[in-house]
Design a protein around this ligand. Sequence first.
Ligand code: HEM
Length: 506
Amino acid sequence: MVSSLVLVPAGFIFSLLAFRLMANYFTPGLRTIPGPFWARLSDLWRFIDACKGKHEQTIARLHDQYGPVVRIGPKCISVADPAAIDLILGFKANLDKTDSVNPMINAHEGEYLPMLISAKDSKLHARLKRPIAGAYSLSTLLSLESVSDDCINKFMGRIREEFAAAGKRTCAIDRWLHFFTFDFIGQATFSKDFGFLDAGRDVNNMIGTLDLQFLYIGTVGAMPWIDNLLLKNPLLLALIKTPNHLVEFTAERIRNRLSGREKGHPGRQDFLSRFLDAQKQHPDVVTDIQLAAYANTNVLAASDTTAAALTAIIMCLLRRRDAYVKLQAEIDSRQLEFPVSYAVAQTLPYLDAVIKEALRFFPTTGIDLERKVGPARLVLPTGQTLPAGTIVGVNPWPVHRDESVFGEDADEFNPERWMRGDSETESGFNERVRNMQRAYMTFGYGPRACLGKHIAYMEIYKLIPTLLGLYDLTLAHPNRPLNTWTGVAVKILDLDVHILERKVTK
Ligand code: HEM
């Protein structure tokens, strides 16, 4: 009697589960698309893989094994075909984002912050973007260059004090680049930095908090319903009141600015004052909570990514000594003032080639940029048709290794790829570069592409030549394998270097 009381419900649950798994496996329209067996049954496969922190490597390997279209979840398809990028991420398609962005939405004082990057609906996204798009325009860069100069000067000074002047002390350059990008975006957004460069450490574990948040986004994004049980669960949130210092930092800056306790920089307009102007002009869209969301998005989207990109560029140079020496020679030949101005940095052809190539070879984003197929379905260049509701994503890692676009040595770091070859005609070179740029996804693509791209480029184009002009860097552990961890950005960890001040500085 007791055993039937247990066995009947257990049998019922088992049958339901088996039915669910079978239905997943045979999802109409996706059944014939190749991919790992377990991924067809449940999103758990993708979740577990993301937990291992090497998702971009898995995706690249799967495309090597199965081809350009791979099923990585019951309703989820990864595409690594340059010809499909525009169809999936482009302006014409303008497809909505998927529930995978839900875990990105922060809660503050009981309200959810409707962030630009996590707006699923394309119309909502356009509405949120309109009031503040100008704050990220090229003309804004001019006022941000002095912020960048101040932060670069501080970074170089702290590197000198802590490492170059102290002899052969090992510098975890990946950590210090994080301190730099956080402090920069703090100054650019609030005219106040996080104090990381001064302290030489992660104050209040804010970087650690963001790491956890990105891990959460990268993993729970595969099974977004888990988010309702965790961070969107009011019961759990009431029980566990762990402060998010990053969100608190932003909220405090806004409170203080509105009450007059803090002011913006007298000589330049920061993002917060631009967002406040947008509030005056578009009060229906830029509510107080939206204001906080814009400011939070800036910190979330700008800090980790730019630090990961800078670290990747330095890693590529340190592992290819000839490229390092060639770039340093180009910098020395120009008798530059430090920090190098953005205008001048853009005239250094080898620097330009190194940056483009490093961000191709080691793209910052490690997760698929996903969109939801609309009612019109999606016909891929391979001829396969994806039904409405399919989650379709493109990951920069396999796309950036496509030999038909980047050449047979696509697996290698080779800055010369971006320069005109001796036997190449000008039109042939231009056509080759145009092709590469069409498949270049480091900053995303289409209507949801990175808004802060120009700002990130300015930081990168200025910091790299300044660092290499002022210091000599070498790997402290040249034989140590590269240690990476992917939440959303692919982060290089423990990139320890020795730093020596150069004699030929100005
Ligand atoms: C090297 C550094 C950076 C990289 C690699 C990067 C990459 C990206 C990517 C791939 C996206 C698109 C995500 C998607 O399609 O779902 C994105 C969006 C975004 N990024 Fe960046 N980003 C960087 C730096 C920055 C900076 C410095 C800022 C701000 C100052 C910023 C602000 C944003 C914003 C606001 C969005 C959302 C755009 C929208 O949805 O309309 N990013 N970024």
